[in-house]
Ligand binder design. Sequence first.
Ligand SMILES: NC(=O)C1=CN([C@@H]2O[C@H](COP(=O)(O)OP(=O)(O)OC[C@H]3O[C@@H](n4cnc5c(N)ncnc54)[C@H](O)[C@@H]3O)[C@@H](O)[C@H]2O)[C@@H](O)CC1
Ligand SMILES: Nc1ncnc2c1ncn2[C@@H]1O[C@H](COP(=O)(O)OP(=O)(O)O)[C@@H](O)[C@H]1O
Length: 487
Amino acid sequence: MLHAYTGTAVRSAERPLLDAGKGDALMRRAAWGLASVVLRELRARGPVAGSTVAALVGKGNNGGDALWALSFLRRRGADAVAVPTGKTMHEVGLAALRRAGGRVAEQVPENATLLIDGVLGTGARGGWEPPLVPEGVAVVVACDLPSGVDADTGHVAGEVIPADVTVTFGALKTGLMVGAGAHAAGRVEVVDIGLGPHLGEPDLSSLERDDALAVFAPPAWDDHKYRRGVLGVCAGSEQYPGASVLVCSSAIASGLGMVQYAGPRRAADLVLAAHPEVVAGPGVDGKAQAWVAGPGLGSDDDARRRLAEVVDACVDGGLPLVLDASALDLVSLEDLGRLRSAGCQVVLTPHQGELLRLAGRLVPEMKTTFTAVAGLDPVAAARGMARELAVVVLLKGATTVCAAPDGRTLVQNEGGAALATAGTGDCLAGLVGSALARTEHGRPSPTVEKAAAAAWLHGTAGAVAAEAGPFGASTLPSAVRHVLSGR
Ligand SMILES: NC(=O)C1=CN([C@@H]2O[C@H](COP(=O)(O)OP(=O)(O)OC[C@H]3O[C@@H](n4cnc5c(N)ncnc54)[C@H](O)[C@@H]3O)[C@@H](O)[C@H]2O)[C@@H](O)CC1
Ligand SMILES: Nc1ncnc2c1ncn2[C@@H]1O[C@H](COP(=O)(O)OP(=O)(O)O)[C@@H](O)[C@H]1O
């Protein structure tokens, strides 16, 4: 599991070390880490001696790091060029660069092969205007974070130079894990500068492969179908029959004992044609150990009646419930209250538009707050909704944010924009349902972790599917099997 801290928290962790007069030592340590990554990148492309490395240098400590890194690179034989973006530069860093024989130029030299972005770090507020990067620059390495990325949220207010690698100091920053910041950061490498004892609790975390696969573990040797997990699916309608197939297919592909489908004839026939193993009927009777409700349900009286039946079944059995798509427009505060009182684990899986509609209906007094943060700070939006409704919220988007009512948050970035195609959300709902329905043989995972494991599997399957070209949602279940076959 990866853990990230806000830029603000990292700055507070630095404070005692700065107060103890260790600022220069910290900066040299950070800069050496940066220079080491740059050296590796250069060596992968040819000899270091004779290569030209330029750095865009801001006036703060981020620029100081870049200047020190340039001085180390100069001593390894590179032509090291500082390009200031303001009127001043970090004095000690500049002196180090000059001592090493580096130089200052007004523009990035045309023959530079590598560019260090050392303009803005955790002290940045708002955006900036980057200069044009010459075409010969083969690699961009960001110092601590790409300039213009908000280290606390990942929001990019203005422009940013996308990095191939970001060398970040002290700890992973939240801004490198969320949204535009995560996209701009490229590969992220953390340099330890000794902040560990001062860091405290992480702001958020992200599941890695093994964490996610532990949730989707293979069956125990003596499992039978009811012990592996039975998922009930209340999805699809006369109008949107296909959603039922997508939910069931992805759930089956993730490995379950049984999928039970509750819905109208047309959708049930499609499900059965694709998966004769599904037990289908019009109602919720059966042995489901968790339910997914909502994809393709519609909003008519029949949809209301079907959702109410599922909520009653979950309340009666204390069963976990995933509410997605249409169900997010139909569920009431009273439903959520009853589910909570019955001890049901509830996961809501909105995209941004659904989250705003949900806020408007269920927490109107918070609508303005949600509207303000939804695009800029998806973590705050998901956390706010999870807290207000006391359920787990999985907020979909380029970064998927899973937040628990107590604020614990996991973010996943495995999928790419190829996932932005109709029906992939239905597949995700099936995977979240599967994570909740499965019998746990090892250490039980918190609900928010199960939701994040489903997002990991969904995103990773999306990346696998995209390797063969553009795809539609019905391709995802086979990619899910492929991902799980490689564990
Ligand atoms: N403080 C420390 O001990 C350490 C800090 N480190 C580096 O220091 C950085 C933080 O240093 P700073 O606090 O100086 O912050 P920055 O280096 O982000 O610089 C902030 C400076 O840029 C200006 N600025 C802010 N927003 C701007 C904008 N939109 N356009 C133009 N100028 C803007 C500010 O007025 C300020 O002078 C970290 O990101 C990291 O790179 C590392 O050296 C590790 C140790
Ligand atoms: N730009 C993107 N990058 C990565 N994943 C994305 C992107 N856009 C959408 N997704 C993912 O695709 C899925 C879309 O779900 P959703 O909006 O519910 O679609 P639908 O309702 O058509 O099934 C979500 O899992 C979301 O996180």
